[in-house]
Ligand binder design. Structure first.
Ligand SMILES: NC(=O)c1ccc[n+]([C@@H]2O[C@H](COP(=O)([O-])OP(=O)(O)OC[C@H]3O[C@@H](n4cnc5c(N)ncnc54)[C@H](OP(=O)(O)O)[C@@H]3O)[C@@H](O)[C@H]2O)c1
Length: 322
């Protein structure tokens, strides 16, 4: 598979979001299935795996590190071949000694991930933090060899710029898909200009862009974000039908799936983008990775983009929340 750079970290053009093995999309699979799915992704060419310390059932503090443990177990035998990205959640803040707080969180992650370094360490939410101080502390962790690079998630361009001036960033992880395009205005262009990778989360809009969700789809009751993702409200699924139809037409034209077109669109648009689609299903994980092989010509892209720009998007999450 084509590789791309998140600053100086080389990874497969499509990565894998591992969250749903622990949280966010209803019932979680047995651990053995999740481990096989992660290994299967690696064998299929995936070299970027995304997790976070908070990913556990119901995001309960009791389950802190649930997902990191699975990822660590699955990748232990191929650690040198892959990039592991994880995130720390500051909770009430980073305290007086920012470096010590970050290091404490990181040490927990390292132990659960069965490794002595992480490739990419993100601050999961940075609202209210002294971003310059956090950037300085991340620089120290890099110089100590505990992390290879650092990043921020769900941030606007002002925060990115303040951080970048203190310690160059490897990647920004914001929500981004054909129906969540806020980052196109300033964040992605800034990242292009400063050699920072951009890692879209929820790139398939929590399943909407696969075309497999209809107004009749029932989501799970427990720990399922699709109950509140605005584009998945019944009336908004109906409103977004022209976008779903557009993807289906292109999927037909290119002999692939709608989910793959939605990923191929962003891969074509930006050279620094590495999406991390999430799935609990081994076949769909492979399908999503294979989006890296779907090539849109410049004309196909221009026509897809032009039609997309004419569509109204119903529902918006933006950079403010989860
Ligand atoms: N930084 C942050 O704050 C943040 C927030 C959210 C997520 N993330 C990261 O981003 C990753 C991806 O985000 P996400 O999981 O929310 O959104 P996503 O990748 O846009 O969508 C996941 C949903 O789409 C379905 N799906 C995936 N591929 C499909 C396909 N080919 N065909 C049909 N349905 C498909 C999945 O169902 P099945 O499981 O049934 O396939 C699941 O319900 C997460 O795993 C996590 O690592 C980060």
């Amino acid at each position: 598979m084509e590789t791309r750079f998140l600053h100086d970290i080389e990874v497969s053009a499509v990565g894998m979001g591992c969250m749903a093995f622990s949280h966010g999309y209803g019932k979680i699979p047995p651990e053995s299935y999740s481990i096989e799915a992660i290994r299967g992704a690696y064998e299929h060419g995936c070299t970027l795996f995304d997790t976070a310390e908070v990913y556990g059932p119901d995001l309960s503090p009791l389950h802190l590190g649930h997902n990191e443990r699975i990822v660590g177990k699955a990748l232990a035998g191929v650690r040198g071949e892959v990039a592991i990205a994880t995130k720390m959640m500051p909770g009430g803040g980073l305290g007086r000694d920012v470096y010590r707080t970050l290091r404490k969180h990181l040490e927990g992650s390292l132990s659960r991930l069965r490794t002595d370094y992480v490739d990419l360490y993100y601050i999961h939410r940075s609202g209210g933090l002294d971003i310059e101080e956090a950037a300085g502390a991340m620089g120290r962790l890099i110089s100590e060899g505990l992390i290879r690079g650092w990043g921020l998630s769900q941030v606007d361009v002002d925060v990115v710029d303040r951080a970048q001036r203190v310690m160059p960033l490897s990647a920004i992880q914001n929500i981004y898909s054909m129906v969540e395009r806020d980052s196109e205005d300033a964040v992605i262009p800034y990242c292009v200009e400063h050699n920072i990778g951009f890692v879209p989360f929820s790139p398939i809009a929590s399943g909407l862009l696969s075309g497999k969700i209809t107004t009749k789809t029932k989501f799970e009751r427990r720990d399922d974000v699709r109950n509140w993702v605005p584009q998945l409200r019944r009336e908004n699924i109906a409103g977004n039908q022209p976008i779903i139809d557009l993807l289906a037409r292109y999927a037909d034209l290119k002999g692939c799936t709608s989910a793959q077109i939605s990923l191929a669109w962003m891969l074509h648009k930006w050279q620094n983008v590495v999406p991390i689609p999430g799935s609990k299903n081994k076949e769909r994980i492979v399908e999503n990775l294979d989006a890296a092989y779907v090539e849109l010509s410049d004309d196909e892209f221009a026509s897809l983009e032009g039609t997309l720009n004419e569509c109204t998007v119903y529902g918006h999450r933006g950079l403010g929340g989860f």
